[in-house]
Write a protein that binds this ligand. Structure first.
Ligand code: AMP
Ligand code: GLY
Length: 441
C-alpha cells in the first residue's frame, strides 16, 4: 500500500485490455463501474441491470438483465468476452451466481454460495468466528421460539436478536428491554422475515463506535482498504430507524494503521484460515463490521460484499490498479498483482434518499442536477431510472450520493454538501450532519 495526496490517485495498471461486467443496481455498483472504467487497460464496462447513473456513465453500458438471472448473465458475459465479473450485492452471491459463472469459465470477484454464508447465515458465521477465535459478541443460536425464549429466561437481560438469514438489513433488533427482546423473537418466528427467520442468533449487547473494514482477497492473500464509518440511522444525531446507510467517510481515524493491523491479524487472517479449513476458496471482499468495545475490536457482522455507501466513499481513493487487483483476486494471483495505490486524503459521502425512506417512499420524481462532478467530486446514483425521454427519475429509497475528496474532512464534507446543493428532486431527504465525528465545522 502506498500513500499519495493526489486525487485521483496516480496509480497505473500494466494489465492487458479488460472487459468488465458489474452486477447490481445500487450506488455501490455505480461507484464500482466508475472506478473500473477509469482504470488504464479497461476497454469496456457493462452494468447489469444498473441504474439511472450507470446508464449515463461514460465508458459504461447498461445490460437489461436482472441480477437474479444467472443464465442470462452467463450468456451475456460469454458473448461479450468479459474478462471479469464483479458481483455487487449479497443476494445473488448467496444464491450461487459466482459459482454458476465460474462453472461457465468466467473469472468472478465475489465468493461462491459457500463463502457467502459468512453473511447469509448468522449462525454459520458465529460458529466460524468461535472456531477461529475471532473476537465477537457472545451468542446463542436458536431454531425455535421456545429455545430462544429459554435463553432469554436464563439470561434475564435484554439481548440483540438477529434473524439467521438475509433480511435486507432489517433482521437485527438491539433490544432495550427483556420485553423488546421477547417481541423481537416472536416477530422472527411469526415469519416476519420469511425463510430468513426460521432460526436466529441471540447476542450479548456490546457498545462502542462502529467501523467497517474491507479486505480484498483471493482466499490466501489480502489487501485492506482504509477503514470507513457509515451512518446507519435516518435522523440527524444518529436517531430514528436504521437505513442501508445515509453517508460515510474514510479513512475513519477510529482505526489507525496499528489498529488496522491488529484487525488483520486477529479478525481477517483467522477468518480466511477458517474458511480455507472448510474447503472454501473465498475470492472477493470480506467486509468486517466492527464495534470498538473497551476490550478491543469485536466483529458485529461479516458481509460478503462491499458496503453501500462505504464503497462509494472508498472507490475514489483507489488507484488505477483496481481492475488488475480485482481480477487477481478472482484468479487466485493476488500475491502477483500490482500494489494498489491508496490516496492519503479524506473522502466524504452524503446520501440523498426519497421522502419516506426507510419506509414506503415516493418514486418517479424528476432528478435535476447542475454540473457538480470534478476530479475530486463524484455523483453516484442508486435508486434512479433513466426514462426513454432522457429524464432521470427517482426509483428507490436511497436515490444518489455525492462523494468528495480533500486534504481534510472539513473540506471534503464542505465539497460534498456543496455538490448536493446542485441536486434537486421532490422529497429529497438527507442528513446534514454526516461526518459529525470528524468535522469541526
Ligand atoms: P447488522 O445488521 O448485523 O449490521 O446490525 C445492525 C446494527 O445493529 C449494527 O450496526 C449495530 O449497530 C447493531 N448491533 C448488531 N449487533 C450488536 C451487538 N451485539 N451489540 C450491540 N449492537 C449491535
Ligand atoms: N452500509 C452498510 C452495508 O452496506 O451493509
Amino acid at each position: 500500500m502506498t500513500a499519495s495526496v493526489q486525487f485521483p490517485p496516480s496509480g497505473s495498471s500494466e494489465a492487458s485490455v479488460q472487459r468488465m461486467l458489474v452486477v447490481g443496481s445500487g450506488g455501490r455498483e455505480n461507484a464500482l463501474a466508475w472506478a473500473l472504467a477509469r482504470c488504464p487497460g479497461v476497454e469496456a464496462v457493462w452494468v447489469a441491470p444498473g441504474n439511472g447513473g450507470t446508464a449515463q456513465l461514460e465508458g459504461c453500458e447498461a445490460l437489461a438483465i436482472s441480477e437474479s438471472d444467472q443464465e442470462g448473465l452467463l450468456r451475456a458475459a460469454l458473448e461479450l468476452g468479459v474478462t471479469l465479473v464483479v458481483v455487487g450485492p449479497e443476494g445473488p452471491l448467496a444464491d450461487g451466481l459466482a459459482d454458476r459463472l465460474r462453472a461457465g469459465g468466467l473469472a468472478v470477484f465475489g465468493p461462491g454460495a459457500d463463502g457467502a454464508r459468512l453473511e447469509a447465515s448468522k449462525q454459520w458465521a458465529k460458529a466460524l468466528m468461535l472456531e477461529a477465535g475471532v473476537p465477537t459478541a457472545g451468542y446463542w443460536a436458536a431454531s425455535s421460539r421456545s429455545e430462544a425464549l429459554a435463553v432469554l429466561e436464563r439470561e434475564g437481560r435484554p439481548l440483540v436478536v438477529k434473524a439467521d438469514g438475509l433480511a435486507a438489513g432489517k433482521g437485527v433488533t438491539v433490544a432495550e428491554s427483556i420485553e423488546d427482546t421477547r417481541a423481537a423473537i416472536e416477530d422472527i418466528f411469526e415469519g416476519r422475515f420469511g425463510e430468513a427467520g426460521q432460526s436466529l442468533v441471540l447476542e450479548e449487547r456490546l457498545s462502542g463506535p462502529e467501523v467497517s473494514v474491507f479486505a480484498l482477497t483471493d482466499g490466501r492473500t489480502m489487501v485492506l482498504l482504509p477503514p470507513a464509518q457509515d451512518h446507519k440511522r435516518i435522523g440527524e444525531g444518529d436517531t430514528g430507524p436504521n437505513t442501508g446507510g445515509m453517508g460515510a467517510y474514510a479513512p475513519a481515524p477510529l482505526l489507525d494503521a496499528a489498529a488496522l493491523e491488529q484487525v488483520r491479524q486477529k479478525v481477517l487472517e483467522p477468518t480466511l484460515e477458517a474458511l480455507r479449513q472448510r474447503g472454501i476458496d473465498y475470492r472477493g471482499v470480506i467486509y468486517a463490521g466492527l464495534m470498538l468495545s473497551d476490550d478491543g475490536a469485536r466483529v458485529i457482522e461479516f458481509n460478503c460484499r462491499f458496503g453501500d455507501p462505504e464503497c462509494q466513499t472508498l472507490m475514489p481513493l483507489l488507484g488505477g490498479e483496481l481492475a488488475a487487483v480485482l481480477l487477481a483476486c478472482a484468479q487466485g494471483t493476488l500475491d502477483q498483482a500490482p500494489p494498489l495505490t491508496i490516496a492519503g486524503g479524506c473522502s466524504a459521502c452524503v446520501v440523498a434518499a426519497a421522502e419516506g425512506y426507510p419506509g414506503k417512499v415516493r418514486r418517479g420524481d424528476a432528478i435535476h442536477t447542475k454540473p457538480l462532478t470534478t476530479p475530486q467530486r463524484q455523483l453516484f446514483h442508486a435508486g434512479s431510472r433513466l426514462e426513454e425521454s432522457g429524464t432521470c427519475v427517482t426509483a428507490g429509497g436511497r436515490v444518489l450520493a455525492v462523494v468528495a475528496q480533500a486534504g481534510d474532512f472539513d473540506a471534503a464534507f464542505a465539497s460534498a454538501y456543496a455538490g448536493l446543493d446542485q441536486v434537486r428532486y421532490e422529497g429529497m431527504t438527507f442528513r446534514r450532519d454526516i461526518g459529525h465525528q470528524v468535522r469541526r465545522t
